[in-house]
Design a protein around this ligand. Structure first.
Ligand code: FAD
Ligand code: SAM
Length: 666
């Protein structure tokens, strides 16, 4: 299924072979030479050649842009980066764009510059019909990261969490598009700039100059490009007072010391965290309780990339949709090399009852673009599935399934990652600048940073005991495929899920059992799964001969999900719980008090856990989030969503609701 439609959200026209916006009645770049203009205005205007040549090895640099357009500025910046920056430095390019171009238009525009072909050939295949929101795409093995924020800059920039070193202000002429140059928007540009950050823009309009000065920039006029006499450039000299985070949700300063970490747990969250850190030059040891030998069942099952979106803009919904697209992109990009281990065959989420039907209608009404999802009726759903289904559905053509161990293995496959299996981390202890991770008495590993990604066991350590995690047992049935069931072409989800066969078995899941931490495989739960299948797709139930199957003879896999009270993962720094309660005790009397004391961080201790039933779509993205925290980078999702994942949120809630003893540790 192609992931690019031919819509023309940019309302693009071609004039003399050059892109022109009918919506804004303006050109995307100079008619004489867009590339020379990009270099003169944005690269030279920000003095990037010199600044990048002066970067120390391992450093990173953040460019912010208003208006991604054709991506010409991005490719010019990337080309200069390759030429000037140290090999192991990382470029972050964060760009906000309300009307992303169709891939064919992007390709046609960029084909004007054969010098940039090498970079265009990487960008073009990664270019989708993006839905609104945050999209992170890695290029050059992660040395160049694009965070494309799709949406109106006026609403997107206030939600961006980044510290920009150089701004490219490129949002069509102010007379044609005043919204991209409003005082409120320029105030956001200043908020997102590091002290001393520079900007450059091709316009010399008086209101832009005044707006930038009011926002805190020193502005100078420079020689413009081509027929333009002047342009503006400058630097942030009066940083705006930071509204920042409340201190309990603030983050420790980026990690400046030795870039070495221990990750506890080699499931999707631990593997993704290790991968994101290793891509940034960290050295990682991953401690995993399980041994290398796996039961045969564990080598066969499938996990589904499944979002279940809601029509409401909740943090959970934004996380799920951003994560679904991030994980799908990872798989599309070949991250799991063996095609037997993943298939982006699409997912049909069936409208199995009245509430689900209403929910799907409301989601469809949001008008998310087709590559992400579309609503289909029962006949179309059956057509897509290859087998009769009893309901209409939401169809996610770009989603599918992956073999979870293969995903973890692919993420861990990096020379800077060492996997230590059959090792049980039982305690953590901070001494000097290092954490020591022990198995009973023996030292397993030491490093300045530890990330707890131990799933349902994440609260087992003295330092994490306050995290309100619960385990939910689940069981998958491995259902032998038949000639009839081989017709299934796409994943079906409803109150459970079933995937097209992999190696002769369909994964059928999954049960939910509370207050049960056992992981034995049970015939009774196979029977439950078969009942689920009958409701989900009676035709498939028939095709696999489910009525005749002996539940006792079926095989499967049981495990524990780790869930939090608000069903959101916990991702971020860990505090000393007792000290936290003492520091912010006054909030129990008045939750609105403007307290300023910094949170009592446990230096270098982080968590990435509580991924519930959706770790395959949330964990790869939160691996990036954690790495962004540690390296002080732009976040891969909206700031408010990241805050909603903060591990201290439950301590704070308990405090405000007076559900914590104020004289004792929580
Ligand atoms: C039956 C079932 C079906 C599921 N189906 C899907 C699905 O289709 N799609 C989906 O997205 N999600 C699914 N999930 C959920 C998904 O498996 C989780 O969201 C995901 O595994 C979470 O990843 P994690 O790394 O946080 O935790 P885990 O996968 O649980 O990994 C934690 C790891 O830490 C290790 N560990 C724990 N304690 C220690 C210690 N002290 N020392 C060393 N190692 C330790 C554990 O051995 C484990 O390997 C399913 C879960 C179950 C149980
Ligand atoms: C001059 S073009 C950018 C050219 C681009 N930098 C390049 O390298 O091709 C301006 C871009 O701003 C986008 N834009 C206009 N108004 C916007 C808004 N309010 N929010 C976000 N993007 C906007 C347009 O869709 C267009 O792609």
């Amino acid at each position: 299924m192609p992931l690019q439609d031919d819509s023309n959200p940019g309302d693009l026209d071609w004039r003399d072979g050059q892109p022109f916006s009918r919506r804004f009645c303006d050109v995307y770049f100079s008619r004489s030479s867009g590339m020379a203009e990009a270099r003169h205005v944005f690269l030279d205007g920000n003095r990037l050649r010199d600044r990048w040549a002066a970067l120390a090895p391992g450093n990173s640099f953040v460019v912010g842009e208003t208006g991604f357009g054709t991506g010409l500025n991005f490719l010019c910046a990337w080309a200069l980066w390759e030429e000037t920056a140290p090999r192991d430095a990382r470029l972050h390019f964060v760009s906000v764009e309300a009307y992303p171009l169709a891939r064919s238009d992007l390709a046609r525009a960029l084909a004007l510059w054969p010098e940039l072909d090498r970079f265009r050939n990487a960008l073009e295949p990664a270019w989708e019909a993006f839905s609104p929101g945050w999209h992170r795409i890695a290029f050059a093995s992660g040395r160049v990261l694009l965070t494309l924020v799709v949406g109106d800059a006026a609403t997107a920039l206030p939600r961006l969490d980044a510290a920009v070193d150089a701004w490219f202000l490129d949002g069509f002429a102010p007379a044609r598009n005043p919204d991209m140059w409003s005082p409120a928007l320029l105030a956001q540009v200043a908020r997102l700039a590091r002290p001393g950050a520079t900007f450059a823009t091709y316009t010399a309009a008086g209101e832009v100059r005044r707006g930038l000065e009011t926002a805190g920039f020193a502005v100078r006029k420079a020689a413009g490009f081509g027929r333009k006499r002047e342009m503006l450039a400058g630097a942030l000299v009066r940083p705006p007072p930071g509204a920042g985070h409340a201190p309990w949700f603030a983050r420790p300063a980026p990690h400046a010391a030795e870039r070495r970490a221990v990750v506890v747990g080699a499931g999707p969250a631990g593997a993704a965290t290790a991968a994101s850190l290793a891509a940034r030059g960290w050295t990682i040891e991953v401690i995993e309780r399980r041994g290398a030998a796996r039961p045969i069942e564990a080598t066969r099952h499938q996990g589904v990339l499944y979002a279940h979106p809601s029509p409401h803009p909740t943090a959970l919904n934004e996380l799920a949709l951003t994560g679904l697209q991030y994980s799908s992109r990872l798989l599309r990009g070949g991250r799991v090399p063996d095609p037997h281990d993943r298939d982006l065959c699409g997912v049909l989420q069936l409208a199995y009852d009245v509430q689900e039907t209403a929910r799907q209608a409301a989601v469809a009404a949001l008008g998310l673009p087709l590559p992400l999802l579309q609503r289909v009726d029962r006949a179309a759903a059956s057509d897509i599935a290859g087998i009769a289904v009893p309901h209409g559905a939401l169809h996610f053509p770009g989603a599918g399934w992956v073999h979870p161990p293969a995903l973890c293995a692919a993420l861990l496959d990096h020379p800077a990652i060492r996997l230590v299996e059959a090792s049980d981390a039982t305690s953590l202890e901070r001494g000097g600048a290092q954490w020591t991770v022990r198995d009973a008495g023996a030292i397993l590993a030491q490093a300045p940073v530890v990330v707890i990604a131990a799933g349902a066991e994440s609260a087992q350590f003295a330092q994490t005991r306050h995290l309100p995690l619960r385990a939910i047992r689940g069981q998958i049935t491995l259902l032998p495929a038949t000639r009839g069931s081989a017709a299934l072409r796409t994943v079906l989800c409803g109150e459970g899920y079933v995937a097209p066969a992999r190696g002769g078995v369909h994964s059928l899941g999954a049960t939910h059992k509370f207050r049960d931490r056992a992981t034995d495989v049970r015939a009774a739960e196979h029977s439950e799964n078969l009942v689920r299948l009958e409701r989900l797709a009676p035709a498939l139930h028939l095709a696999v001969g489910a009525a005749r199957l002996d539940a006792e003879a079926l095989s499967g896999l049981a495990g524990l999900r780790c869930s939090s009270p608000d069903y959101l993962p916990l991702v971020g720094p860990i505090v000393d719980a007792g000290e936290f309660v003492r520091t912010y005790a006054a909030l129990a009397r008045d939750a609105t008090l403007p307290l300023v004391s910094p949170a009592p961080w446990l230096d270098g201790l982080y968590a990435n856990t509580a991924h519930g039933s959706r770790g395959l779509i949330t964990a790869p993205l939160t691996g990036e989030l954690l790495a962004a925290y540690l390296d002080g980078e732009p976040l891969p999702l909206p700031g408010p969503v990241a805050t909603a994942l903060h591990p201290s949120r439950f301590l704070l809630r308990a405090l405000v609701r007076r559900r914590v003893a104020l004289d004792a540790s929580a």
